[in-house]
Design a protein around this ligand. Structure first.
Ligand SMILES: [Fe+2]
Length: 135
């Protein structure tokens, strides 16, 4: 288990997207830290809620861009977003009901999904924007 350190290789080449990715990473790191420090589940779930809200905000910014520039892979990209939001919203829900102790494995899942999504799907979108000279 470890927190995430931003690397230049995570950059998709579009400032606005990179800045929001940095914020997502910082919220995931906050969840790690809270878990590591043995913070109460309530605080951890509050931070998870912050992640859900910011993720929704960030994905909708990306999705607006898909529409604006007629991105051919928008449907596949959006379904990845939808699946992830569904998962983290469920985790939050379970946490609020007190049915969930957020495990390290779950936090690792948040981290792995986010980094893999940035390095794969978002990178491809960044390349498309650069090719079209948008952004
Ligand atoms: Fe994305």
């Amino acid at each position: 288990m470890s927190t995430i350190t931003w690397r230049d290789t995570y950059s998709v080449g579009i400032q606005k997207i990179d800045d929001q990715h940095k914020e997502l990473i910082s919220i995931i790191n906050e969840i790690y830290d809270a878990h590591h420090q043995g913070t109460s589940q309530t605080v951890i779930i509050d931070t998870l809620e912050k992640l859900v809200d910011y993720t929704i905000y960030h994905f909708s910014m990306e999705e607006d861009l898909f529409v604006q520039c007629n991105y051919p892979k928008k449907d596949d990209h959006m379904s990845e977003h939808k699946e992830f939001v569904g998962k983290i919203a469920d985790l939050k829900q379970e946490g609020r009901k007190g049915n969930l102790l957020l495990s390290l494995k779950t936090i690792d899942f948040l981290k792995d999904w986010t980094i893999n999504h940035i390095l794969g799907t978002d990178m491809e979108f960044g390349a498309f924007l650069k090719e079209k000279e948008i952004g």
